[in-house]
Design a protein around this ligand. Structure first.
Ligand SMILES: C[S@@+](CC[C@H](N)C(=O)[O-])C[C@H]1O[C@@H](n2cnc3c(N)ncnc32)[C@H](O)[C@@H]1O
Length: 380
């Protein structure tokens, strides 16, 4: 089956997530924010942090699609009461016309339907897409071909923002991960039980539980462990997760004593909250402390596990007016510990995207960006 995926803001990170879940061989083509893939699996949008909507391709035609063919497609496929059309090339007036004429044909067949004029995700969700009340068709043109597709899934933004802003224990000073990014990181790590040794408010654990994983979480601060437990109880009551799949405890990530997990997904200390007036020397000194913490954590992790383990980790990047300050020597140090950085976008991929070993996750005006790495430790 061929699908068109509308990618999130961090397009390459989304592609890396899709490669990790469906394999690099699924890639067909990329056209700005749209990715075409082929897979025998059902694409489950609820699993993916970096995909906004998923369309299943019904047909593709070379050149142009006549208006009457679009109307036929809508009329022959529509089952519910509301229709919407999304397109990356049709003008609003053509879309209007297709909708009006489809409605006319359906009416003549005794079926009354309504239009959905704005097909943005929030409108689609608000109008009951998830309850099957609305059908959205997509007409996309990429590289001289027109694809006719039906919307299969939309990212449940309300659920993500609920888990972000409505959880009872929040601490903005801590630097909480956006849940969608946490979900992408979990997918980059692969299947199995997830351990977050710097769990903070428990964002990674929450997303992993929603993804039906077992989880283990620890933090050096007792109050964060109380808070994480509170959040996991809230999650269970709101999202029906199973807390018996979760264990959280106080521990120093530099002294890891557990090995009963499959993958590590984490974001360690991000440094003190930034005002923007810190000197370069202050920022460099703080980054050195952070680098030492990550190195100590990774050393203790490798001593605790006696098997291959994948670690997806977010490392801070400080942004001053003049410079970005990275954990410069981290990769070299962790290589010497026996970790290797595995490519998030592999070399020689079908889309001819540049190979990438890490990604910067950033938002305008942020003073701290996140650099995402996937590390593999293989015991010698
Ligand atoms: C950036 S926050 C993690 C935020 C988390 N990802 C979230 O979304 O809530 C880093 C966390 O690491 C914890 N921490 C700092 N040093 C630690 C250490 N040596 N061992 C374990 N946890 C530590 C802090 O208490 C803090 O909760």
């Amino acid at each position: 089956m061929h699908y068109i995926l509308e990618l999130g803001r961090n397009i390459e990170l989304s592609v890396a997530e899709i490669i990790s879940v469906y394999g690099a061989e699924c890639l067909v083509s990329i056209h700005s924010e749209y990715l075409v893939i082929e897979t025998d699996e059902n694409v489950d949008i609820d699993k993916l942090g970096g995909v906004v909507s998923v369309y299943k391709i019904a047909t593709e035609v070379e050149g142009f699609l006549e208006e009457k063919d679009m109307i036929n497609f809508v009329v022959n496929n529509l089952e519910s009461k509301h229709i919407g059309i999304e397109s990356n090339f049709l003008s609003k007036s053509i879309i209007d016309n297709v909708l009006k004429r489809s409605k006319g044909v359906l009416k003549s067949k005794g079926k009354s339907v309504r239009f959905l004029m704005n097909t943005k995700t929030a409108t689609i969700l608000g109008s009951g897409f998830l309850k099957g009340k609305v059908e959205v068709y997509g007409f996309f043109r990429f590289a001289g071909k027109v694809f006719v597709a039906a919307l299969e899934g939309v990212q449940n933004i309300d659920a993500y923002s609920g888990r972000d802003f409505k959880k009872p224990y929040r601490d903005a000073k801590l630097g909480m991960l956006p849940p969608k990014l946490a979900r992408t990181m979990i997918n980059l790590a692969g299947e199995g039980k997830v351990y977050d040794p710097f769990c903070g408010t428990g964002t990674v654990l929450m997303e992993a539980l929603v993804d039906k994983r077992q989880v283990l979480g620890s933090d050096i601060q007792q109050q964060n462990i109380f808070g994480t437990k509170e959040n996991l109880d809230w999650l269970e009551s709101r999202f029906g997760t199973n807390n018996s799949d979760a264990e959280v405890f106080v521990a120093d990530a530099r002294k890891i004593s557990r090995s009963d997990f499959d993958v590590v997904v984490t974001e360690g200390y991000l440094g003190k909250p930034k005002k923007g007036n810190e000197s370069l020397i202050e920022l460099r000194d703080e980054m050195q402390e952070i680098e030492d913490l990550y190195v100590d954590f990774l050393e203790s992790l490798k001593n605790a596990v006696e098997k291959e383990v994948i670690v997806v980790v977010s490392v801070p990047v400080f942004v001053s007016n003049t410079k970005r300050i990275y954990c410069e020597n981290l990769v070299e140090k962790l290589n010497s510990l026996g970790y290797s950085v595995s490519a998030l976008i592999p070399n020689g991929n079908k889309l001819e995207l540049e190979a990438q070993d890490s990604f910067l996750y950033k938002r305008k005006d942020q003073k701290v960006f996140r650099q995402i790495f996937r590390l593999t430790y293989i015991p010698r």
